[in-house]
Each structure stands twice: as structure tokens, then as C-alpha cells.
Design a protein around this ligand. Structure first.
Ligand code: PEP
Length: 259
């Protein structure tokens, strides 16, 4: 069975001390259950990656994901972090084009295509985020918007390269709002994304994740939906007990599926 992705996106939260305490509390709880059905990752701030890498060194079933990287390999780009720097400290994947970066840093699809290339070049998995705004959904342009995001961000990639990606469908109106997308919407959009990918490569190989107000109550039904390979968890990944409730909702108390 394919492992389900479960990625905690910490955004710009937690000092390094808070991050250490979180991991010190989380790891023993994960070790007590069988987490093999999950591909678990934490996406902390850049400055915590090395510290957390050292903490999870003995615990191979949790991976590190970065929240961003620069689109050039190296150079005079003060304040930036390259894909190679991330790969060198054991990061396995990079979020590309999270809606907060599209909105606040004005990242566009063509820039994201370059970032994806850099991430692939150093052997990490790009996790390309896409998703429509509330305005696009209200005006019925949601499918066109997601299609454009995907096609423009995949420009210049070979089918084999596209098969290395993960896609996260995260409707902007569902992120951090408590307004989770309905199963109907999730299934419809994931099916669309699968179709778009299948025109570009062997689409079935690309995991499609959902993100937007997932919590312990709704996560199991979402992750079990067709074409959903797991999800990105923002707010509900910030507290150990809430994050563990999500893990237990997916796996059961002992990892066997029994609750
Ligand atoms: C996210 O930011 O990727 C996310 C899914 O956030 P939240 O779970 O808080 O909606």
C-alpha cells in the first residue's frame, strides 16, 4: 500500500527552543506506534532544519521538508537559501509556491518552474502547491486557475521529471480559515489535477495532497478519498497533542488502525 503523506507546515512559527521541545515530545509518541503507513514530514523554518535534522537522526521515518528555496543554484542573493544548501543538511522535499508566498512574495508560475528545476537537480522532491482563490471559485474560474498554475509551473520539465513531484491542492479560501473544502470539491479538483498530469507524464505516479484546515476530525475521510495521497497540515501541526490526534485518527492508537 502507498504511504500517505502527512506534512506539518510550521510556517513562521516557533523559536528553536520551542521546536526542540515539540520534537522531544513528538518522537517518543511516534516511536510507540507503527507509523509505517505514513510518510511523515515536518516543514519548519530554515533556521531550525539542522537542529531538527540532528534530533531525528535516529528516527528515519520522519523527514524534513523546507518551506521554500531560491530559483538560482547559487550567487549574490543576500538572504536567500539554495536547494543545494538544503539537500546538504538532509532535507528531502521543498514546498514550492505555497499560496502565502504567491500572495506576499508575488511568486509567479514561471519563477516556480525554475525553483522546481533547482530542487530536482539536487535530488529532493518538489511539492508544488496550487489552488484557487475565493474569487476564482465564486466566479467559476477555479478549474482554469489551477490548470494554469500547473501548466505554467511545469514548463520545461520532462515527463520523468514531473513524475518526481508531489502536488498539493490547497484552495486559498481553506488555508488557515477553518473552512475545509468538502469531499466533493476535493475529489473534483484532485481528479482534474490527475487528468492534467496524465497529459504531461505517467500521471498516476504523482502524489496529489490536500491542504486547508485539516484536523483530527476531518483528516481520515479526506485522506481516504479517491486520488488523495495525504495532506499538508498548517495550524493543527503546531501543537504536539493536535498533531498526534491527526496521526492517531489516521493510524489508530497503536498504529494498527484500531481506535
Ligand atoms: C497550509 O498552510 O499549508 C495549511 C494547510 O494550513 P492550515 O492547515 O492551517 O489551513
Amino acid at each position: 500500500m502507498q504511504k500517505k503523506y502527512l506534512i506539518g507546515n510550521w510556517k513562521m512559527y516557533k523559536t528553536v527552543q520551542e521546536a526542540i521541545i515539540f520534537m522531544q515530545q513528538l518522537l517518543p509518541q511516534l516511536q510507540a506506534i507503527d507509523t509505517r503507513p505514513l510518510a511523515l514530514s515536518i516543514a519548519p523554518s530554515f533556521v531550525h532544519l539542522s537542529t531538527i535534522a540532528a534530533l531525528i537522526d535516529d528516527y528515519k521515518s520522519i523527514q524534513l521538508v523546507a518551506q521554500n528555496c531560491h530559483h538560482e543554484t547559487e550567487g549574490a542573493f543576500t538572504g536567500e537559501v539554495s536547494a543545494a544548501m538544503l539537500a546538504a543538511i538532509g532535507v528531502g522535499g521543498v514546498l514550492i509556491g505555497h499560496s502565502e508566498r504567491r500572495s506576499y512574495q508575488k511568486e509567479d508560475n514561471l519563477l516556480l518552474a525554475k525553483k522546481i528545476k533547482r530542487v530536482l537537480e539536487v535530488g529532493m522532491q518538489p511539492l508544488l502547491c496550487c489552488g484557487e482563490s475565493l474569487e476564482a471559485r465564486r466566479s467559476g474560474r477555479h478549474k482554469a486557475m489551477v490548470q494554469q498554475q500547473l501548466l505554467e509551473s511545469l514548463v520545461g520539465l520532462t515527463p520523468k521529471e514531473i513524475e518526481q513531484l508531489g502536488i498539493a491542492y490547497e484552495p486559498v479560501w481553506a488555508i488557515g480559515t477553518g473552512q475545509v473544502a468538502s469531499l466533493e470539491v476535493i475529489i473534483e479538483m484532485h481528479t482534474l489535477i490527475r487528468e492534467i498530469l496524465s497529459d504531461q507524464c505517467e500521471g498516476a505516479k504523482v502524489p496529489i495532497l490536500y491542504g486547508g484546515s485539516c484536523n483530527a476530525q476531518n483528516v481520515k475521510a479526506i485522506f481516504d478519498a479517491p486520488n488523495v495521497a495525504g495532506g499538508l497540515i498548517g495550524s493543527a501541526s503546531l501543537k504536539v497533542d493536535q498533531f498526534m490526534k491527526i496521526v492517531i485518527a489516521l493510524l489508530g492508537k497503536d498504529g494498527t488502525g484500531h481506535r
